[in-house]
Design a protein around this ligand. Sequence first.
Ligand SMILES: *Cc1c(COP(=O)(O)O)cnc(C)c1O
Length: 422
Amino acid sequence: MNNSELFARACRILPGGVDSPVRAFRAVGGTPFFAERGEGAYLFDVEGNRYLDYVMSWGPLLFGHARTEIVEEVRRAALSGLTFGTPTGREAELAEEIALAAPYLQMVRLVSSGTEATMSAIRAARGFTGRNKIVKFAGNYHGHSDGLLVRAGSGCLTGAVPDSLGVPAGIAQETLVATYNDLSNVEALFRLHRREIACVIVEPVAANMGVVPPERGFLEGLRTICDKEGALLIFDEVITGFRVAYGGAAQRYCVTPDLAAFGKIVGGGMPLAAYGGREDVMSLVAPLGGVYQAGTLSGNPVATAAGLAMLRLIRREQSTLYPLLEERAATLEEAFRAAGVPVGRVGSILTPFFAKRAPGCSEDTAMCDTRAYAAYFHAMLEQGIYVPPSQFEAMFVSTAHSREDILRTADAIAVACRAAGR
Ligand SMILES: *Cc1c(COP(=O)(O)O)cnc(C)c1O
């Protein structure tokens, strides 16, 4: 079957033909292609087309597709059994490996998705503080749990759903929404809700409204406000962890959160995520304390094998890996700028914005020309390059993107931006 036959079949049984909305290409039009296999920086579809891939499974693939060392560990683990429901040694090993990169993590709990990680970190923060309300930022995405689907960016910025049906108003009410990069806005919320706010959760580099870096002083300011108000600061490092630095955004910006959520890279391409932080907070998590959180497949032996292989490679190669990613991504940024398209970039994540300037918060994203983005997207695809099928997602550069791949992409960017009227 070809791509359109597979999509027609999928649409009859899967809502929109997909298992995660952005894969359906709704924001750019057209039919999604169906992946057959990945190799390094390349994806191959069922029709034998080859794409230079800058979506990279939306973040996990720091080394590109099917890196041998990771696949071998997965194979080895799988042969010994897929799941046990008892502890395995690798769980503590992986938790220790994560804490090597982020030393402020005194305790860690492994879960299966970023959604679970942020949801559970918030539960722990509420349990610890005895407060109900949380502060999140418009355009920040923290997974699809009820209380976090409020001004959630990403698929929610381009889809017909501003937020979501099925989220009770009573739950959404506990979520206070602030403007990204605006500290006075956060202070105002705290003045209005004295001693009611359990935590502030933030993408320390926003990457789900396109890449929007934190302005100087923003993360430090959040730290100060939380300390003053007795609230916890939660960094959602699901994208930024092991991506913008070995120690994530906390390391890159020298700001230490109380709790953090990890996902994507931490699972090496398998469904695994983690949350953790201060011991006095994490020791409230069951079975130690009264904050309940569990998972049949949490700490899964195959997933932990993938995560461990990934994180060990990163630790070993960190001194060369991050400078290399920085340089490759900077070359792409220059290509967009040369074509008159502003860019948001931190390390190896970047977004070209079809607007006069790159946004600093979610309100600014309204000025983006999403039709121009769609034209650019299809012009890239025609040149065999797969970029995110939405203006409000990040491009991911991996170590598998060679210098030649990047130069070819820079040429394609010039062509595609012209096709988009720039
Ligand atoms: C992807 C993402 C999540 C959700 O992770 P899932 O594994 O998709 O549930 C949470 N936070 C951020 C910042 C993300 O990018």
